[in-house]
Design a protein around this ligand. Sequence first.
Ligand code: RP5
Length: 180
Amino acid sequence: MSDKPAQVAVVIGSESDLEIMRPCLAILQELKIPHEVTVASAHRSPERAREVAITAQERGLKVIIAAAGWAAHLPGVLAAYTTLPVIGVPISSSPIGGLDALYSIVQMPPGVPVAAVGIDTARNAGILAAQILALSDPPLAERLKQLKEQIRKSVDEQAARVVEEWGQSAPRGANEPDRA
Ligand code: RP5
């Protein structure tokens, strides 16, 4: 974390969500985005969740990332109380592997959107928050460009390894569907 006022709030529904959210915190750190982290639950501590949301803008926050599992109402409840963009991360903590959380987050009623990333896809939430902030932060936009370049290079490296093992072209028939 940095001494500068936080621009992104990362709110998790339970301490048990923290491990899955670490890649989100790591990318925010890597991109030098000041952020804060807290725990609040839409069901178990609704007043605390409301407080986080209604004070967010006046505290200088620009984006909220909210992660929760089971019937994950946390991102939606936060979005009900603020006009800041809210990014929801469905967590796979439930017996049905997070599909419940995904639907709860993505199926927001008309007028109160939440941007949903994939189940447990915490790093994407951090990158999306960065992309929103980069609209008015050219140095951050430059850091994001470098990140995309790293991602592109890693695909090139994968391609080089695969070609090294299999040769220039795929083995004959490998990309064709099985024919009986
Ligand atoms: C949700 O319930 C949390 O976001 C967490 O994913 C899940 C389980 O919470 P704990 O029982 O581990 O606190 O509210």
